[in-house]
Design a protein around this ligand. Structure first.
Ligand code: HEM
Length: 368
């Protein structure tokens, strides 16, 4: 393949499309032989343009969520609705209709979050203006949006076959950091001699949950917090800056405690409960698409004969990735820690005996 020139790429849309195309070619090249004989060097015809385009966009040279989900769709009928039937992928990898299902359901989850994201500036302005009614109304929209992303996530079960996801698709979402299949990372030939390490594509790179966490004051610490913070390096710079601007401008939780308004407190609590609910629903999804197929694969590894097609697909999945998410996390421990930290954002977690925090003095509240 000739070295591709990038100087004609001018607009943001052109650059994003180039990043998507180069990242898809890269994962195709790296994972074409599955977990056997993993590639160690990315040829310069790919690595040089990929790194140039990535640098211009402020993104890492690897397949990220902003490629696979956010930039990878078109409407079949341009005037038609944003619906599963009317959406298709621009670029894909092995896995057939399940790949379309996986990325398009995730895109619909992003769409379902939009009213909630749009309400965040209203919450911030309402807090600054001490306007309880405005904050309560905006938080109500946030809570409904979180409920709606949970309902949309459930569509995954309708459109994505767990054995195809686990046995065929997952490896293409994997990266070369914290991945036992590529412990040394990947050399980007013509860019630098030392191998580079990048995480694979994961919805942990979506800005929506990061935004809601910052808004509600959910604190992720330790290794799970570090993982989530690192995932922000895989987001579009504008998304990363928006998330950071939420936390720097607001302490919603202190405002809710100070106001001690029943309706406001209830709405805030509703948002936290919805977020916990979403994370529980997501854990169920991960159980269905990763944990169960992984344990089936283990059982089947000894039995090589007479397998139904579905079981054979699962058995072909890379064994090294059984315990890991595509972003490289330690999967269930990580997801449950993140869910539990969400629960701590609840105001009712701040009770001392029967005394609710809003009954405490301001000095005591500020110490919390
Ligand atoms: C078949 C569907 C899905 C599977 C198997 C799945 C799997 C995972 C896994 C294994 C992780 C751990 C991080 C990693 O190493 O990648 C993760 C994290 C995460 N996923 Fe998913 N995921 C799915 C769909 C989605 C969708 C549609 C969303 C919505 C945008 C989503 C949002 C998240 C978030 C926000 C995290 C970070 C943890 C958190 O904030 O709770 N996932 N996912």
């Amino acid at each position: 393949m000739p070295l591709l020139e990038t100087h004609l790429l001018q607009t943001h849309r052109e650059l994003r499309l180039a990043h998507l195309a180069l990242s898809m070619m890269t994962v195709g090249y790296v994972w074409q032989e599955g977990e056997r004989e993993t590639v160690k060097v990315l040829p310069r015809s790919l690595s040089v343009p990929f790194c140039k385009v990535s640098q211009t966009l402020g993104l890492p040279p690897v397949l990220i969520y902003a490629d696979a989900v956010l930039a990878n769709w078109k409407k079949r009928d341009a005037n038609g609705p944003f619906s599963m039937e009317n959406l298709e992928l621009l670029l894909t990898f092995p896995g057939g209709e399940s790949v379309r299902g996986f990325f398009m359901v995730t895109l619909l989850v992003e769409l379902a979050a939009v009213p909630g994201l749009k309400s965040i500036p209203d919450v911030i302005n309402g807090v600054h203006n001490n306007d309880v009614a405005v904050v309560t109304k905006a938080l109500d929209v946030v809570s409904q949006a979180i409920d709606s992303i949970k309902q949309t996530l459930k569509l995954m079960h309708e459109y994505v076959d767990p054995s195809i996801f686990y046995g065929i698709m997952r490896i293409y979402l994997s990266g070369w950091k914290d991945n036992p299949l590529m412990p040394e990372g990947l050399v980007y030939d013509g860019v630098q001699e030392k191998p580079m390490e990048f995480s694979g594509s994961s919805a942990a790179q979506s800005s929506i949950l990061h935004c809601f966490d910052e808004l509600l004051g959910v604190q992720h610490e330790g290794s799970s917090g570090a993982f989530l913070r690192r995932m922000r390096d895989y987001m579009l710079p504008s998304h990363r800056h928006f998330i950071e601007s939420i936390s720097s401008r607001l302490s919603l939780r202190s405002f809710v405690l100070q106001q001690a308004d029943e309706h406001l407190t209830h709405t805030f609590e509703q948002c936290v409960a919805s977020l916990v609910d979403f994370r529980n629903c997501h854990i169920n999804t991960v159980t269905r698409y990763v944990t169960i197929p992984a344990s089936r694969a283990k059982q089947l590894s000894a039995n090589k004969q007479g397998l139904a097609e579905e079981l054979d697909i699962i058995r072909r999945a890379p064994t090294a990735l059984e315990e890991r998410g595509t972003g490289g996390s330690g999967l269930m421990t990580f997801l449950k820690t993140v869910r539990d930290k969400t629960k701590y954002a609840s105001i009712s977690q701040c009770t001392t005996g029967n005394q609710v925090l809003s009954d405490l003095s301001m000095t005591e509240i500020q110490k919390i």
